[in-house]
Design a protein around this ligand. Sequence first.
Ligand SMILES: [Zn+2]
Ligand SMILES: [Zn+2]
Length: 273
Amino acid sequence: MMFLTRKIIFSAAHVCRNPDWSDDQNRYVYGHCAVGTGHGHDYICEATVKGSINSSTGIVVNLVDVKQLLRTVITPLDMTHLNDNGDLFQGQEPTTERLTRALWHRLVPMLTQCELARLNIYESRTRSIEYIGDDTMIYVTRRVEFNAAHRLHSQVMSDEENARIFGKCNNPNGHGHNYELEVTVCGTLDKRTGMVIDMGLLDDLIQRTVVDRYDHKNLNMDLEEFREVNPTSEEFARVIWNRLSPHFTQPKLYKIRLFETSNNSFEYYGEQE
Ligand SMILES: [Zn+2]
Ligand SMILES: [Zn+2]
């Protein structure tokens, strides 16, 4: 099976507010998306299709055709206010979860030569949704930044071995990273909110469990979990997973991805049961 992805960008305004709730409750559920009468996002939409390679053409489907179908569905939304779109949202808050799901159901019947595998919509650099056609598995990814110092040094290896394996990262006085962490949870849509998880709840959990503990810290010297564990990003990702995962049942924690730099990232899905 081959997977092909086509990206399309569109700009739209929205506001997510339940008029029956207080300002504080709306802010807790929808974050900044609850503020005022509306704001805009440059939504990035990625449609991934799957299929077999045609033995004559050598392609699965002509991506130009996929682009045209995406335009047919997306262009009517470009430069509009999503709250005005009764067709897609029926007066409900136009969350990115609802948007992704609605666009999926528009695209699927139009794709005749291949199958839609997933639809990702990034409302910003820090929040995105993935839908795979299964209402019990809607993925929400949130990204945060923090910085910390560390020194890569294994206590079970000699100084020479450490220097050889870790190079500059073995510098005795350490060095620092601007870490970026993506946390992906997976669950069903809360019909009350149109979200998989309240923005405030997810942000608070990440803030309390990860950022407050590690931001502006020296991992080797300040954190007991690295007293005897070499704070590589592999170990760090596992430690973060183990701290976060007990807090998630519905939705469940699906994946974390830790960026040590923009070039190096580490994904962890927990240990398979
Ligand atoms: Zn918004
Ligand atoms: Zn490092």
